[in-house]
Structures are given as C-alpha cells and as structure tokens.
Design a protein around this ligand. Structure first.
Ligand code: NAD
Length: 306
C-alpha cells in the first residue's frame, strides 16, 4: 500500500481509503461477520483511512464501524461528519455541530476523531456554512475532539468557495473525478492545491455504476450515464480487466488526491480493490474508455441548493 500526506495535516493516509457507507446498508444488507472481516482485512492490507457519517444508515455505519474497530482504533485514521442526518434532515448550526461530535464519539467508541467534516454543505445556507459551521468545526478542533476539519459535498464550486474563505484542513469531493467525470480538476483541485488543503476523492466507482452489479435504484445519474458505465464495464471485461480495478487505478493516479474512498462491505471487495490498484491500466484501454464515455463526459445532476 502506498501512503500520501493529506495536505498540511500530519496524516499519512493510504491511497485507498475505506468508505463506510455500505456498513450502514446503504447499498444493500450486510452481516456482522462480513462487516468485521471487511474492516479487519482492510487494516491487514494497510488501509488506514476510514470515512463514515451519522447519515450512513442513520447512525448504523458509525455504530458498526465503532464496533468493528474495537481494540484497533489506534491503527487507523477515523473521519466522520456532521450536519446531515437523513435524506432531508440537515442542521449546520454551531449548536448541532457540538452535540453531533459527542454523539459520534460515543457511537465510534473513541475520545477523538482524526477528521470532522460538515456533510453535504450544498444542502445548507452557504453563508451559515462559512460564518457559523466552519468556525464551530474549528472550535471542536481546539477542544481536541477532532484533529482536523473539512467540508464535503457534490458541487465543486460550493466546496471551493468555502475552501477559499476559511482555513480548512481538507475537502472531500465525490462523483466529480473518475472514469466518467473529471471536472473536480477545473476549479476545486487547483484552489486546494495552492492552499495546501488536503483533497479526498470519493465514489471512484461512481456509486457502483462502474461495476458488474450496476447502479442502485436510488442513483441520481441520468440513464445515459448508467448506460455508458455499463459499456465501460463490458469493454474492461473484453480486455480481461476487472472494471472496478481499472476505475480505481485511474483515480489513484491523480497527482494531488491523497486518498480515494471506495465503499466496501465485504472482505472479497477489500481484497479485490487492494489488488486492483496495483496493476497499471494500459494507455490503449484508457483511450478506448475515453472515446466511449465522451458523449456523457462530465454529466452531473442537481444536488442541494446549488
Ligand atoms: P463507490 O463509488 O465507492 O461505490 C461503492 C459501491 O461499490 C458499494 O456497493 C460497494 O459494495 C461496491 N464495490 C466496492 N468495490 C467493488 C468491487 N471491487 N467490485 C464490485 N463492487 C464493488 O461509492 P460510495 O460508497 O458512495 O463512495 C465511497 C465512500 O466515499 C462512501 O462510502 C463514503 O465514505 C464516501 N462518500 C462521501 C460523500 C460525502 O461526504 N458527501 C459522498 C459520497 C461518498
């Protein structure tokens, strides 16, 4: 496993990060045994960055990750979030940030997290995020309950605005840098790079579009993108490559992203993904994928109050 520094934080994070939303059954039912083995396998294979949120499984992901990490907390960096609690339940007030971190620490069975992030900020009022939420996060950082702070969300422009206005340690962007979309690099990457803010890239499989299983029912992408993803999957197979591995390797090669978060719910997925990032993708296959994806490249959907 390769490790990279996350911006100016002292965290040397594994290039492959463990996305824990599937532990909250966001992509289908999981068993306790499978979850435990997924987490154990990830640690054994050198993954040291775990990302969760009170939102995933409506606290289930945090609860289960805390349980699975019992006795191993010191071996990993733990990142969680605040502000989003259900599909349509958001609260980015300072007061809620303070109660939220205490609730998360209880569920995660720890006295501090390494990272606390405001979750899906595009659903909040941008002024409140800048003037109230981030200052509250900084307050939590001073208290020692979180070592570093950041924001997460879908529209890169919203993330960039906050990063320009406040001293963040990291930003988490999702579904804006993978085989189907690369527009994270238009505005967000140059800005955070210049400021030395850490960059975390999530959903390298475009929330399962780039896998054999395909998109879950709730996936917000238009049908044309799902079709293009399915075509990429077929093409990778024709070339004898695992599509998820190709998609992950593409993301890992980003020159500034410190860790790429992939959602994992079983030891088999962990093994496949750790192996998958080791194998380079030949330029010919990448060119064919680019041609296939071209008609839908950088297609996005609406999220929050953009
Ligand atoms: P993803 O693109 O990582 O896809 C995850 C899905 O792919 C899951 O169903 C998983 O079981 C499956 N999968 C993983 N490896 C596979 C393999 N080798 N073969 C076939 N299927 C495989 O999407 P994601 O889970 O949404 O994103 C990753 C993580 O990033 C999340 O778990 C979360 O921690 C984080 N994230 C954060 C935000 C936010 O803060 N706003 C948004 C999206 C994601």
């Amino acid at each position: 496993m390769e490790y990279r520094l996350l911006g100016k934080t002292a965290l040397r994070v594994s290039v492959l990060g463990f996305g824990a939303s599937p532990l909250g059954d966001e992509f289908g039912k999981t068993t306790a045994e499978e979850r435990q083995r997924a987490v154990d396998t990830a640690i054994d294979r050198g993954i040291n960055y775990f990302d969760t949120s009170p939102f995933y499984g409506r606290t289930l992901s945090e609860e289960r990750l805390g349980q699975a990490l019992a006795g191993k907390r010191q071996r990993v960096f733990l990142a969680t979030k605040c502000g989003r609690y259900d599909l349509d339940r958001f609260d980015f007030s300072a007061q809620r940030v303070f109660t939220s971190i205490d609730e998360s620490l209880r569920r995660l069975r720890t006295d501090h997290v390494d990272v606390l992030q405001a979750h899906d900020i595009e659903f909040g009022d941008q002024r409140q995020i800048i003037e109230e939420t981030v200052p509250a996060l900084l307050n939590v950082k001073e208290s020692g309950k979180a070592r570093f702070i950041g924001v997460t969300g879908y529209p890169p422009r919203r993330l960039a605005e906050v990063a320009a206005a406040r001293p963040l340690d990291l930003v988490l962007s999702y579904c804006h840098y993978n085989l189907l979309v690369t527009d994270m690099d238009e505005l967000l990457t140059p800005l955070v790079r210049e400021k030395g803010i850490g960059l975390v890239n999530a959903s390298p499989l475009h929330m399962r579009i780039l896998t054999e299983t395909g998109a879950p029912a709730w996936h917000p992408a238009p049908e044309s993108v799902k079709q293009a993803g399915a075509a990429v999957v077929r093409l990778c197979r024709e070339h004898g490559r695992d599509p998820a591995a190709v998609a992950l390797r593409f993301c890992i090669e980003h020159p500034y992203v410190a860790t790429t978060l992939v959602g994992m719910a079983s030891p088999a997925e962990v093994e496949a993904n750790v192996r998958g990032i080791e194998q380079p993708v030949d330029a010919g296959l990448l060119e064919e994928i680019a041609r296939l994806v071209e008609p839908v490249k950088n297609t996005t959907w609406e999220s929050g109050h953009e």
